[in-house]
Structures are given as structure tokens and as C-alpha cells.
Design a binder for this molecule. Structure first.
Ligand SMILES: [Zn+2]
Length: 412
């Protein structure tokens, strides 16, 4: 009798210790400390049920190297990642592929992104949108994909302005066709990049704006009047300003001045260190300011692959350097981007001298605002706990941990 009582007591103690261990582990997961990306002050963030519950100041952090905490990055132009292409026809896009790309982006601190489909055949666009549509509600992705970006096919067909978009699929805006893309996407196309000077484009912009789809001007050669008309009808942003344009332009009559001059227009810029010269980034940033500038990656599926030579879908040889430059080695021209937005955050700080807080704003807060996603993009109680911890090595952002909707999804 005495012996069994003793056993019960011991088992109760064990149970209690086990309970303490579990509680301790749970609470440890819910508290994160770091230097606030904007204020520069050490803070403790408590998260509960996927959201930020409380932010409080603390005296100091443990450890020698400053570890910053910020809202996760939001990339509005991701053509693919880590070998998974969203845009190409022949590489069969699968839900598993979308998950793989998303997990790789989490490692780079990207907690929200818009998979981007570029100019292609109607059949490929519909097929890929249908596959991507499943990602929006895929619980494993935890809301990292709120919708998509369609860049093309309604762009300017001229060489230079068209960029790398295949000419045979470039066409005039066609609302009925677009609705087929939209329906295939489950109604999740959040942005369309088009050329406003093409016949029918202005009415197309009006219809998109009425549906709440963000219209972006890109791969275009619109005159000032047309740019103004497009903005009047609701166009909100220029896609990758400075790229998707011909090398030889008229010094007066070109698409840049009007887009820079109109304060209603936001811009996205590719800050990978290869697509724009430092002085271009500086000027764009000075004109548009922190509030109206968004850092984008326009990253292709070659990102996060090993440096070396690759063959494109059309059989051309391209090279990826260890610095992240992706180019045709023979012609010495860029093929596309292979740097995640993470690198852009450091690069814009280096080039413009802006603060870390401003750089994160351009890579997280601003895009969240543009697409009306008020649940993310800032460190405020009640927002999604999409958080990143990182160190800065010079201007290199080095992601240590990533949380998406309160769950730790990456730890270095
Ligand atoms: Zn483009």
C-alpha cells in the first residue's frame, strides 16, 4: 500500500516537471527579442495565435552582435525561386514546387510575395494560374502568397521596351481574355503590369481599378499625356523603373520624366546591384522618397541555385556568378535577376544612405499598403507575426530566423 502511494507521488512529480517543460517551451517560442528595425531600441515581442500580442522595451540584449527584428519582407515580383519557375510553360509547375520556392524565400526573410507570371501563351498562363490558385489557401504556406502579379502580355512589342518577354505572345489588352486568367487564379490577381499606350489600355486600366486590381505601368514607351491619363484612371505604380526600356531614348520625350514627375505614382526598383546604376537608384529615391518607393527583386528561378552555367528554356547559355549576377556571357547583357529582395535592402542603404528603418519600409510596409494588406508590413500589436531576426554584416542582411503567422519556419 505504502509503496504504490509513493509511486503515485513520484509519477505526479514527473508529470508536473514534464508539464513545466512543455509550458516553458511554449512560452519560449512566443517571446522574441531584438533591436527594433526602426527605433534602434531593444524590444521584446510576444506573439500569440499567429499575431503580435505585445511589444515592450527592454534594457539590453544578450550577445555581442546586434540582432535586428523587423516585419518580414514583401516581394511583389517573384518569377520563380530555387529552380522552381512560376512563369515558364515547359517546367511543369506543381503545388509541391510552389511550397519549395516559398520555403526557400522564407530562408531569405521573405514572408509575403506575389508569384509573377510573365508574357506567355494563353494556355500556359491559365494552367500556371490554376496551379498557383491553390497556394493562396494552402495552410502549409501560412498566407505567404496573398495573390499574384501578371506582367504582360499587354505590353509594348518594340525591342527594348519588351525586354525578355517573347514577342509572339505580346498582344493588345483583352478584357475577356484577362477574365479567363483572373478566374483561373481564383480571383487572386492583385497586380497587372501593362503598357498604357497600347490600344484599349486606358479602358482596361479603368476596369482593373474598379475591381481593386493594382495597375502598374511597365515595359512601355508612353508619352507624358498617356502616363497622366493612366494615373487618372487608377494606375498606381511603375514596375521596375529604369528597366524594361530601350537603351536609346529621346532626351525630352521618354517615359521616365512623366513617371518621375507625378507624385501619385509609386515606383518599384530592382536593387540587386546589376539592373540599375547607383546614381539611378539615388535619383529615383530622391524624387519619389521613402513613401512611394518599393524594392522588388524580379527574381527568376535561377536564384538560390549554385553559381555556374545554365541553359534557358530556349536553349541559350546563361551564367550565374557567385555575386548573384545572371547574364549571357557572350553578349555580356543581363538575363534577369537572381538576388532576393533581402540583398536589395542592404544595397539601397549603401547607395542612398537611407536608414535600415527606411529600407525595410520600402521592402515590407509600402507593398503591404499598396495591396491593401493591412494585416502585415509593420511591427504593431494585432498584426500578423511575420517576423525576421537578422544581423547586418556591412550592408549584407543575414537572416537568422523567420516566423510566418507566428510559426518559426526558418532558423539558421
Ligand atoms: Zn519586367
Amino acid at each position: 500500500m505504502m509503496k504504490s502511494k509513493k509511486l503515485i507521488k513520484i509519477s505526479q512529480i514527473f508529470f508536473f516537471l514534464f508539464f513545466l517543460l512543455i509550458v516553458n517551451k511554449l512560452s519560449a517560442q512566443e517571446v522574441i527579442e531584438g533591436i527594433h528595425y526602426f527605433t534602434g531600441q531593444p524590444v521584446r515581442i510576444e506573439i500569440k495565435d499567429g499575431e503580435i500580442e505585445k511589444i515592450s522595451s527592454i534594457k539590453e540584449l544578450e550577445g555581442n552582435k546586434p540582432v535586428y527584428i523587423a516585419p518580414g519582407f514583401f516581394d511583389n515580383q517573384v518569377n520563380g525561386f530555387a529552380g522552381v519557375s512560376f512563369a515558364l510553360g515547359e517546367s511543369d509547375l506543381t503545388p509541391a514546387g510552389v511550397e519549395k520556392a516559398t520555403r526557400e524565400l522564407w530562408k531569405n526573410g521573405v514572408t509575403t510575395y506575389l508569384p509573377t507570371l510573365t508574357t506567355n501563351s494563353t494556355a500556359v498562363l491559365i494552367k500556371n494560374f490554376a496551379t498557383l490558385s491553390k497556394a493562396v489557401d494552402n495552410k502549409n504556406l501560412r498566407g505567404s502568397i496573398p495573390g499574384f502579379h501578371l506582367e504582360g502580355p499587354y505590353i509594348n512589342p518594340e525591342d527594348g521596351y519588351r525586354g525578355a518577354h517573347p514577342k509572339q505572345f505580346v498582344k493588345l489588352p483583352d478584357w475577356d481574355e484577362f477574365m479567363r486568367f483572373y478566374n483561373a487564379s481564383g480571383g487572386h490577381i492583385m497586380q497587372v503590369t501593362l503598357a498604357p499606350e497600347m490600344e484599349g489600355a486606358l479602358d482596361f486600366i479603368t476596369k482593373c481599378s474598379q475591381k481593386g486590381i493594382v495597375v502598374a505601368l511597365g515595359h512601355h514607351n508612353a508619352d507624358a499625356q498617356t502616363v497622366t491619363a493612366a494615373i487618372d484612371r487608377g494606375a498606381k505604380i511603375t514596375t521596375h523603373l529604369g528597366n524594361g526600356a530601350a537603351n536609346m531614348i529621346n532626351r525630352h520625350l521618354n517615359p521616365f520624366w512623366s513617371q518621375l514627375a507625378d507624385d501619385r505614382l509609386n515606383i518599384s526598383i530592382i536593387c540587386d546591384g546589376f539592373h540599375l546604376l547607383p546614381e539611378e537608384i539615388e535619383v529615383f529615391y530622391k524624387v519619389k522618397g521613402v513613401e512611394n518607393t518599393i524594392i522588388t527583386s524580379d527574381v527568376t528561378h535561377y536564384a538560390a541555385l549554385e553559381p555556374g552555367e545554365y541553359k534557358t528554356e530556349t536553349g541559350e547559355t546563361i551564367e550565374l556568378t557567385k555575386e548573384g549576377k545572371l547574364y549571357y556571357p557572350e553578349q555580356k547583357v543581363l538575363y534577369g535577376s537572381a538576388s532576393p529582395i533581402t540583398n536589395g535592402v542592404g544595397h539601397i542603404m549603401e547607395v542612398t544612405g537611407c536608414s535600415l528603418g527606411d529600407a525595410v519600409k520600402m521592402a515590407s510596409t509600402n507593398p503591404a499598403r499598396l495591396y491593401g494588406l493591412s494585416d502585415r508590413g509593420t511591427l504593431v500589436p494585432g498584426k500578423r507575426a511575420d517576423l525576421i531576426l537578422f544581423t547586418l554584416d556591412g550592408f549584407q542582411v543575414d537572416i537568422q530566423k523567420t516566423w510566418v503567422a507566428g510559426e518559426l519556419v526558418y532558423e539558421k
